[in-house]
Design a protein around this ligand. Structure first.
Ligand SMILES: [Zn+2]
Length: 536
């Protein structure tokens, strides 16, 4: 851990390798999920054991019988290294362990049996010289485990000396400067003397750096690094990433988490229906030319189906095209025949191009699961998908499908809270362009009340915030349909920007002019700190 040039995964591998070679002891490596534990063991640890001469002798060949070398556990003289997922309580509660490695703790899942970190820590109680190492890319402010652990540590920052004035400093994004729209001019500016460092000067400074604690040591050493310390990163590419990421809140969040290694603070809790209803506009009877792909989201109620037809344009800008209700009993065939007819219609763009619905997601989570499976299964080739919402922070927008049901219908798990975060952050965007949500002038006030019918509350759970979505009124179908229509796009993994680029001059010509203006308005201004808040 002494070098800033070591990545998180390499650090974990180093610790495993070191303890197998020099200090044989039982090791537990906890990954967010059981799948990730298997992948880490197979793709990272196994090659290291095979290719490192001193380690290859200590762990038997996995092909030999009774080698004690399996995907989830590798034995060696004096110990073993075991890989488990944070979601596998049984794997967390067996043999005693001296060294516990917690990888990507901010992605840990809570199981019914309790918190993975607490469970794993219990296994080390018998060792006087036990050691815990936790690493992670941070996630959201308040709910980030690694941030909380860092706050309770001696908080070490890596300080590097300026080649000109010799003063030590930690590297901050606010000191990265470039000329407007010219990432190739990116440089780092010394905090003390203002001298300008190119990449080579920055690499040299990092090589001479050292860790400095910023709080008293009380049993935990904490280290943090951003990608600014990376010897493989040219600042130009960092600035390019940033300029691309800042277009949308969700991509900026990823940049802040992974590049800067900082937590992300969510803006506000809900959106106002009145404000969003101002986004109504007259499309002129046809679909705007910016729309390049259409998806549908369908919510199943006991007496009706509600469907949103959603048009997607470049940079996640959306145009709601239709919000439609089909009344009837979802247990009867008629309503599904009506849905099929509705979904099959085409939508005309101003330039004459006809668009059809490319993918549909239908909620199977209500009282009519079987009916949804029955409708979706034979239509999978038409990209009609059965989905089920799963709540919780940080869930992927769409998970792997399962066919573990009586009709063997492909069922996609949808991270509804993740998509709601995105929808609400986009609804807050006030200027047309990336992420902005357009609505037709025909939509009623009730529609906007439904769309904004939820808000986030912060709940405390074992000392951590947890963001939870709650309804502020009973009817919220408009929001659900929007979430499902976005899930449909995510399932087919369509690259909207690429389609927009390919789909001809009409789209390009109209987009180019305002784009330049937008970039100019968002251009960078100097500021001292508070990176995240400065950019919204
Ligand atoms: Zn200096």
């Amino acid at each position: 851990m002494s070098s800033a040039q070591v990545g998180k995964t390499e650090m974990i591998l180093n610790l495993i390798g070191f303890h197998i070679d020099r200090d044989a002891c039982p090791i537990l490596c906890v990954q967010p999920t059981q799948d990730m534990a298997a992948t880490f063991s197979r793709d990272r640890v196994a090659p290291m054991l095979r290719d490192t001469a001193c380690l290859a002798k200590k762990v038997k060949d996995p092909r030999s019988r009774d080698s004690g070398n399996t995907l989830y556990s590798k034995q060696f003289d004096g110990g073993h290294v075991t890989f488990v997922g944070s979601n596998s309580a049984s794997g967390l509660a067996s043999r005693p362990i001296r060294l516990v490695l917690f990888d990507e703790v901010d992605r840990y899942q809570t199981t019914s049996e309790g918190d993975a970190i607490e469970l794993a820590k219990k296994r080390a109680t018998t060792f006087w010289n036990k050691k815990f190492v936790a690493v992670s890319t941070p996630t959201n402010k308040g709910s980030s485990r690694i941030e909380a652990m860092f706050e309770n540590s001696d908080k070490r920052d890596y300080h590097v000396p300026c080649g000109d004035c010799g003063e030590y400093q930690s590297l901050r994004w606010s000191n990265v400067q470039w000329e407007q729209d010219a990432p190739e001019t990116a440089c780092y500016v010394c905090d003390h003397c203002g001298s300008v460092w190119d990449d080579a000067a920055r690499y040299r400074a990092v090589r001479k750096g050292e860790w400095r604690a910023t709080a008293p040591f009380v049993g935990t050493a904490g280290f943090r690094l951003s990608a600014l310390y990376s010897p493989w990163l040219a600042l130009e590419s960092g600035v390019r990433d940033f300029l691309e990421a800042k277009k949308l809140p969700e991509t900026l969040r990823v940049f802040v988490n992974t590049f800067l290694g900082e937590t992300w603070e969510e803006a506000g809790d809900g959106v106002s229906d009145l404000e969003i209803s101002n986004h109504r506009e007259d499309y002129g009877g046809k679909v705007p030319n910016e729309v390049v792909i259409i998806t549908a989201g369908c919510d199943v109620q006991d007496d009706r189906l509600e469907i949103e037809i959603l048009g997607h344009a470049r940079d996640s800008e959306t145009y709601s095209i239709d919000f439609h209700t089909i009344y009837g009993d979802p247990a009867s065939a008629n309503i599904w025949a009506d849905l099929e007819t509705y979904l099959k219609q085409t939508w005309e763009r101003h330039d004459g191009r006809m668009l059809s619905v490319k993918a549909t997601a239908i909620d199977s989570g209500g009282h009519h699961t079987q009916a949804v499976y029955k409708f979706c299964k034979p239509r999978i080739s038409q990209r009609v998908f059965a989905i089920k919402g799963v709540g919780g922070e940080g869930k992927p927008m769409v998970g792997k499908p399962s066919t573990n049901n009586n009709l063997k219908c492909k069922l996609f798990m949808v991270g509804v809270d993740t998509i709601k975060e995105m929808v609400y952050s986009h609804l807050k965007i006030k200027d047309e362009g990336a992420g902005y949500c357009h609505f037709p002038h025909t939509y009623t006030d009730e529609y906007f009340l439904q769309l904004t019918a939820e808000k986030v509350i912060k709940k405390f759970h074992k000392g951590f915030h947890r963001r939870e979505w709650v309804k502020t009124r009973t009817r919220n179908e408009a929001l659900d349909c929007r979430v499902y229509a976005i899930a449909a796009l995510s399932i087919i993994n369509a690259n909207v920007n690429m389609i927009a680029q390919r789909s001809g001059k009409t789209v390009d010509d109209e987009d180019d002019a305002p784009k330049v203006r937008k970039d100019r308005r968002l251009a960078r201004t100097p500021r001292s700190n508070g990176f995240v808040n400065g950019w919204r």
